[in-house]
Design a protein around this ligand. Structure first.
Ligand code: AMP
Ligand code: MG
Length: 525
């Protein structure tokens, strides 16, 4: 039998917890976590797991063939040394302070010691009620679990900081959800995802004690965060806290610049869904940009306000950093300067990171003096003017850069990115821009072949398009996990051509334009 991993409990050892272990919904004061056992499910079954992540964790693949492993990953039993708990945090939801939220359906099992000695938390999502479940059932449905499982791993392979997903288990229990909040609740298959991250700490973990005036608890948590995850920033103290806030601002800015560059829309950027480590966290009604539309949001709950629409993400990141800064104010004795500095850090880092990411997509070593800023902006304006697939467009550019001369017509690969017929003037503007860009790119020190390679490494061919995820979900509901498995594997190499999988690199088909799950997702999950 393969050996089982060892578990640590830094959070439980170092931070104050709730003496109660029952699941009655309650306000928990003076504590950052509550012990809770996962609630067993009827029939745990492993549907999929990430082999590369298992390897990283030192978990033998043979372990996943053992039904006992599915029982652990679905919450029916524990490995020795696991000591499960739910975290206590608050958050601003859609711009408003929402008070205590907490892990209502996520349960940390323990911190696994990896072969390299580092620790990562294993967390089950959908493992039953906790003290923080409020009116919720603590469960998750299969469709949202497939989406979280696949996207976590896909983001990792795209190079985007993210929580990971080790496994996807069916529970055998039904979960009732009113998917569109329209009075039509339906029984759906339940599932549990095992998530993995160095830490699941969110901005909201800090906001909650701050909102309650519990400065001692806030300080304890901040000291813990600094010493455990940001040791290089210096010891606890005002200087260290300011450095921490700056670093979180920087990571958040870089993360969101990365999202913008690949067309990822998180959908619910509430402060309880922003990671202190700068990871993408809490995959809910997220979506991928098909046509380059800055106003697009996948989240039906946000359809009116569009607070979390694609083009708003950078500004929301700044707003959230401000909320984190406000929460830390008592640690600065009310001095606002570190908060202003962090917000400025966010702004500058975002501008720099977004410029670098988009320049890389165009194969350019950014040079403002050469007019690269304008060239970039013209590209985005042109993309936004007509429904054009973002992923296909950028991927096509590596084929244009290697042409012997600037294109005289719109190359077929670019034309293929249009969703509809476009006016001739728009085609002409596209050709004119491509010619300017071709000339600029060919001034790069790198030769065209090398440029094309570098561009392909910045412009993924395969992303988890909403309609692809939905097709995999529909098949899984019929008992066929083949599409989930195929996506999992293809998305491990998103920048490779993999021509045998061209059908997974197509623009959104017409049937998916307005179909639920493909263009509109609710928070009900
Ligand atoms: P989210 O928008 O998914 O980040 O969730 C916001 C809050 O609602 C978090 O505190 C979640 O733990 C909680 N929550 C969401 N769904 C459920 C559920 N089915 N049962 C209990 N709590 C939930
Ligand atoms: Mg959340």
């Amino acid at each position: 039998m393969p050996s089982l991993p060892r578990f640590d409990h830094r959070c439980l050892d170092a931070l104050p917890g709730d003496p109660r272990t029952d699941t009655a919904s309650r306000q928990v004061h003076g504590a950052l976590w509550s012990r809770v056992q996962p609630t067993p499910v009827a029939a745990p079954r492993l549907l999929a797991f990430s082999r590369p992540l298992a390897r990283e964790l030192g978990l033998d693949a043979a372990l996943f063939a053992d039904p006992a492993t599915a029982e652990v990953l679905a919450g029916n039993r524990l490995w020795p040394g696991m000591d499960p708990y739910a975290a206590n945090y608050g958050g601003h939801q859609f711009g408003h302070w929402a008070g205590q939220l907490g892990d209502g359906r996520a349960i940390v099992l323990g911190e696994l010691r990896r072969p390299d000695g580092t620790l990562v938390e294993l967390q089950l999502k959908g493992a039953g009620p906790t003290a923080y479940s409020r009116a919720g059932d603590g469960r998750a449905v299969l469709r949202s679990s497939i989406r979280e499982f696949l996207c976590s791993e896909a983001m990792h392979w795209l190079g985007v900081p993210t929580t990971r997903a080790l496994s996807l288990c069916a529970t055998g229990d039904a979960v009732v959800r009113d998917m569109f909040y329209d009075g039509n609740p339906q029984a759906e298959p339940g599932a549990v995802v095992c998530r993995v991250a160095a830490s699941f700490l969110r901005f909201g973990n800090f906001e909650l004690p701050a909102s309650r005036g519990d400065v001692a608890l806030l300080r304890q948590l901040t000291d813990f965060t600094l010493t455990q995850f940001f040791a290089d920033l210096g010891p606890p103290g005002k200087t260290g806290y300011a450095a921490l806030l700056q670093e979180v601002a920087r990571r958040t800015a870089r993360l969101i610049a990365h999202w913008q560059a690949i067309g990822f829309v998180h959908g619910v950027m509430n402060t309880d869904n922003l990671s202190m480590l700068g990871l993408t966290i809490d995959y809910g009604p997220y979506g991928w940009i098909d046509d380059f539309d800055l106003g697009w949001t996948p989240n039906t709950t946000d359809a009116q306000m569009r607070r979390y629409a694609f083009g708003n993400q950078p500004g929301i990141g700044r707003w959230n950093v401000e909320r984190l800064g406000e929460a830390l104010l008592p640690l600065f004795d009310g001095d606002e300067a570190p908060v202003h500095a962090a917000v400025e850090q966010y702004r500058a880092t975002y501008a720099e990171a977004a410029t670098q990411r988009f320049a890389a997509k165009l194969g350019l070593t950014f040079d403002a003096a050469r007019g690269d800023g304008a060239l970039l902006q013209q590209c985005l304006d042109w993309l936004a003017a007509q429904e054009t697939d973002m992923t296909l467009f950028f991927r096509a550019l590596s084929r244009v850069v290697v042409l012997d001369a600037p294109p005289a017509t719109l190359p077929a690969a670019v034309r293929a990115a249009f969703y509809r017929a476009v006016p001739e003037a728009h085609v002409a503007a596209g050709i004119a821009w491509l010619r300017r860009w071709w000339q600029r790119a060919r001034q790069e020190a790198r030769g065209p072949a090398e440029l094309a390679r570098a561009m392909d490494a910045a412009n993924p061919k395969f992303v988890l398009r909403n309609w692809l995820a939905q097709e995999a979900i529909d098949a899984a509901h019929g008992g066929d996990l083949g599409k989930v498995q195929r996506l999992l594997e293809v998305l491990e190499r998103p920048f490779d051509d993999q021509p045998q999988h061209d059908d997974l690199a197509q623009k959104r088909p017409d049937w998916a334009r307005d179909k639920p799950g493909c263009s509109a997702l609710s928070c009900s999950s």
